[in-house]
Ligand binder design. Structure first.
Ligand SMILES: Nc1ncnc2c1ncn2[C@@H]1O[C@H](COP(=O)(O)OP(=O)(O)OP(=O)(O)O)[C@@H](O)[C@H]1O
Length: 335
């Protein structure tokens, strides 16, 4: 669906070239929700804006739905962009227009008849839960409602791709969740491919299928969210995961240094997460364990659990075998 090859982009700042993208290769499949996570200045916005050529790369190829965007003339690019919609952190609504007029905007620009615009706008507003807000002005709406207007406007011309530029960063946690749920529904209902950029791993965990970690204009890690979230390989990915878990690694290491026994990190995935595995294995292997840290939650819809335990006594080899047989992944943090 989206294929980016060897993208390079730099900006000129005070006579110096500042690199923003340094050889990015990325493929997003049709119907996928793809997250790009990175710190401030990593190049996320630049990368997102290259996908619809709002930003032209210095070199590299951009192809969307099988079309090479750089080969299109102005009219061709305008047509292609109708299928690549975008929503923004600060919503970018027209303050002097009503909600309905904001949503109608792309339809008017695309030359729709007035008679078709009204029903289309009503249907879009109903879909995002704003059927009764059509005549309000943006200033009269909450942040979450403004983003819903942004989403309705983005969907107006039936896009194939939705680019989300930190779309929930200005929202509180509850509203963030509601907007992410809406995006997930639209992804499923419409088969819409979504690319979102964020600096929050929790956003990735809730909605994305795959994620790429961007650092200094380069992708340092990418893969399915479960893999990157539960077993991050790069220092950057690890930092984002720890931030999402509200864990201070230094404090945690200090705490664990005072605990006797072996330290294991266990990862459960899928429905097994809720089974009473640990007690059963401890009894069979005749060992004692204490839980030092842990979390049970979901990655998109899949439950997972990750527990750090201290083990003493018993038969560790048997415990290891029994856990592995039950699909639990074991990392030995300390023998
Ligand atoms: N229009 C511009 N002119 C000059 N430099 C720019 C411009 N846009 C981005 N940059 C620089 O390019 C680099 C990447 O910026 P970009 O905005 O893509 O990163 P980001 O990961 O989206 O950061 P943030 O989360 O802070 O928005 C940074 O060094 C930034 O200062």
């Amino acid at each position: 669906m989206i294929q980016l090859e060897q993208l390079h982009k730099s900006y000129e700042v005070d006579g110096r070239r500042v690199p923003a993208l340094q050889g990015v290769d990325l493929r997003v499949e049709a119907g996928e929700v793809f997250g790009i996570i990175g710190a401030s200045g990593a190049g996320k916005s630049t990368l997102l804006r290259v996908i619809n050529l709002l930003e032209r790369p210095d070199s590299g190829r951009v192809s969307v739905a099988g079309r090479d965007l750089q080969a299109l003339d102005a009219a061709g690019l305008r047509a292609a962009r109708q299928k690549i919609a975008m929503i923004f952190q600060h919503f970018n609504l027209l303050a002097s227009r009503t909600v309905a007029q904001n949503v109608a905007w792309p339809l008017r620009i695309a030359g729709w008849d007035a008679a078709r615009i009204g029903p289309r706008v009503q249907a879009l507003l109903a879909r995002v839960g704003l059927a009764d807000q059509a005549d309000k002005y943006p200033a009269q709406l909450s942040g979450g409602q403004k983003q819903r207007v942004g989403i309705a406007r983005a969907l107006a011309l039936d896009p194939q791709v939705l680019l989300c530029d930190e779309a929930t960063s200005a929202l509180d946690p509850e509203t963030t969740r509601a907007i992410l749920d809406l995006l997930a529904e639209l992804n499923e209902e419409l088969g819409l491919s979504i690319v979102l950029i964020t600096h929050e791993m929790d956003v990735v965990r809730r909605v994305c299928d795959r994620v790429a970690v961007l650092e200094d204009g380069r992708i340092v890690e990418q893969g399915p969210v479960a893999q990157v979230f539960l077993h991050p390989r790069s220092a950057t990915a690890r930092r984002f995961v720890l931030a999402a878990e509200h864990v201070d690694e230094g404090d945690q290491n200090d705490d664990h240094a005072h605990v006797a026994g072996s330290l294991w990190r266990l990862t459960f995935f899928g429905e097994r997460t809720y089974e009473p595995l640990l007690g059963e294995v401890a009894r069979q292997a005749n060992l004692d364990f204490g839980i030092l840290a842990g979390r049970i939650d979901r990655i998109k819809r899949e439950p997972y659990g990750q527990l750090t335990i201290a083990i003493s006594g018993g038969d560790q080899a048997t415990a290891r075998r029994l856990l592995a047989e039950r699909g639990v992944q074991i990392e030995e943090l300390r023998a």
